[in-house]
Write a protein that binds this ligand. Sequence first.
Ligand SMILES: Cc1ncc(COP(=O)(O)O)c(C=O)c1O
Length: 423
Amino acid sequence: MTTRLALLGGRPVRTRPFPAWPVFGRAEEARLLRTLRSGQWGRLHGDEVRRFEERFAAMHGCRHGIAVANGTVSLRLALIAAGLRAEDEVIVPPYTFFSTASAVVEANMVPAFADVDLDSFNLAPEAVEAAVTARTRAVIPVHFAGQPADMDAIMRIARKRKLLVIEDAAHAHGARYRDRPAGSLGHLASFSFQSSKNLTCGEGGIITTNDTRLAERCRSLHNCGRVPGGVWYEHHVISGNYRLGEFQGAVLNAQLDRLDAQTNTRDRNGRDLASRLAALPGLHPQKRPAACTRHSYHLFMLRLDGPAFGAPRAAVIEALRAEGIPCSAGYGFSLPQQPMFRAKAFGPYLQEAGARLDYSRANVPNSDLICREQGIWLEQSLLLGRRSDIKDIVRAFEKIHGQRAALSEWFRQRPARRRETTV
Ligand SMILES: Cc1ncc(COP(=O)(O)O)c(C=O)c1O
């Protein structure tokens, strides 16, 4: 095999595509057609969403599941259902998708950022502890990339400080922590079924909980403030229609039958990839604690220490893509640096708290380092194939490391790089 980098005219390690996403077939078709022909397209009359809620909740160790329009609304409704008040503080990580924090603002509450751990990419418990103030009422740990956060420590802090814990499990369908499913570890949890997610129907979300009182409130909130036994045009709390439709329910029921096997495949391949890449200098795959008994690998994430590897991240990403390995740098900056937070563009929310907030002072160096210099993401479908796919990814990294001097030289000669904006 030629060792010349594909970027410099050599043969790429791989020309075959990786498995496509989403995976679907006859089961999805049959359920969609049945739903179409039934004429029962809405949540209130059909059976697909109701069955999906029961099955998904049971698979995630919960008595209740309330399916909603997406995984942002689910976070917002969970915060409101828990009885948090205007301008209460909610601790969130700075290294996560926008929604984890924007849902807090859209519930008229104040996001407070606590840094992530550099090795696990999840909320650092000591940073959570340090971020708690007299106004703090809740914390939203994200199970980033599909690896459960340090829930023992977070629940300990929550008990001590009387905080509500909402898991953001948007990446963590089927993940397990000490053999307990993600989604059953806090007081409430939120999942997303947006198109990139490990379980998808295009757009959708669900709230899971074991707390019957919270479940009833979520159910009312997702259905225009209606209550069980109430008449149709009777609304008890301010809310709206956040229900999921039956077509999405039909797709989700079919997809759910595939989830367990897919999660096992990703977990096996991800573990294999992590152990092989860790052998190369400067590569730090997401560190997996023993408590993570199943990783759902919505992303395979690693840090690349440029000086130790011998080439900077932007160059390595270009080289990997040229070798046939799709990848990205992920988030370009930490959430407090989002234009929305910098400008405090909160619309009608946080009218009073907004004046005293200054997100430019958020101190989140680990998140900043991952965003600006070190993070590399491979998407979940790369892990859905065979061991030979994993070997190709490893071979590409090895080849690039072997050619790091040539790559660095090429990179130095190139005109100024475009900013990485991929997510
Ligand atoms: C960590 C995290 N939380 C929340 C969300 C929001 O989910 P949705 O896009 O379904 O609103 C996402 C999705 O992209 C996410 O990655």
